[in-house]
Design a protein around this ligand. Sequence first.
Ligand code: NDP
Ligand code: GDR
Length: 344
Amino acid sequence: MKTALITGVTGQDGAYLAENLLLHGYKVYATYRRSSSENFWRIEALNILRDPNLILVQHDMTDFSSTLRLLDRASPDEIYNLAAQTHVQVSFDQPFTTAQITGIGPLNFLEGIRERKASARYYQASSAEMFGLVQSTPQTETTPFYPRSPYGVSKLFAHWMTINYRESYGIFAASGILFNHESPLRGKEFVTRKITHGVAQIAHGSETILRLGNLNALRDWGYAKDYVEGMRLMLQADSPDTFVLATNKTTSVRDFVTLSFAAADIDVEWSSSGVNEFAISRQSGKRVVEIDPTFFRPAEVDALIGDYSKAENMLGWRPTTKLNELCRLMVEADLQRLHRERGR
Ligand code: NDP
Ligand code: GDR
């Protein structure tokens, strides 16, 4: 039985990856950080919280000595480092925290593997945010980086550290440059889930107006379940490498909004008064979307679209879920949640 260590099991990817690895017969050590109240709703939703092969361990990404103890205790064959301060806009307000957790945190693991002369294979959760200001599209493993946020810069540090430890010490250290991936387990602070949750509330008759920032941003959105399988495949490869996981399609935030309303059988019409764009529901005639400048970022990543051919050729990985299916899945899950809450 292989042993895996996942950091960030309370997050979207950590939960799906734990489910994936348990299904593949792994014993899984999974970390969460101490907080005043437990945050296990995702692993509960996936019905794995009480799985005997899932061992939950408290750990903070910024604490090197506890990282060493964690490595000693779990003695993992594979480490999937997913924990991070993941919110791009928050990283502008908290650049030091972001650098420590998202940038230096992974170095604690790489140094720990080196220090303990461990043979564990290491996966680093790198991000398409590292591409930042568009240099060329679609983005591949060789496209130049130009990060546009403290989050992107921190991820780039960790990405190059991963490559440096691979080349310097022969550590099996893989880096997955993942484009945005979403699911019903996505946090509501990210735009897709914020939208699907808002749409579900409006479909339920709430007077909510969805307040959003930049509607023109283009993102390559895939389904998180597909992407965690890609992470697993990267650590089964013959040698450590860097791979892009994406769908090779890009969609604006505005179109994601329209798709989400359509998934709830609501047609929206976009209009503007001066610079203020808004959307109206054709059914109710009411405003359902407005722009709120507080969600604009000091610097924006305008367009992401990834070329996943290397992962397809070398790992046999490809995305399985189209954006309209993903959108429907998320809207339906949010509608069901609201039904359950109202039933109480
Ligand atoms: P989430 O925001 O859903 O989860 C982040 C996880 O990190 C949570 O478990 C969180 O704990 C944990 N965490 C944050 N700070 C610390 C800390 N100081 N010590 C220990 N744990 C901490 O992110 P995702 O699951 O979406 O993303 C997983 C990884 O993949 C991240 O590294 C992200 O940057 C990267 N990534 C994600 C993409 C995406 O589209 N989802 C795309 C590309 C890369 P808590 O629950 O307590 O907050
Ligand atoms: P992103 O995801 O920054 O790409 O990072 P997010 O969903 O936060 O933003 C996507 C785009 O939508 C625009 N936007 C808004 N974003 C949020 N959060 N809230 C809004 O109200 C809103 N309105 C418009 C943003 O400006 C942006 O252009 C995600 C995270 O998962 C990272 O951890 C990961 O590395 C990258 O994806 C790839």
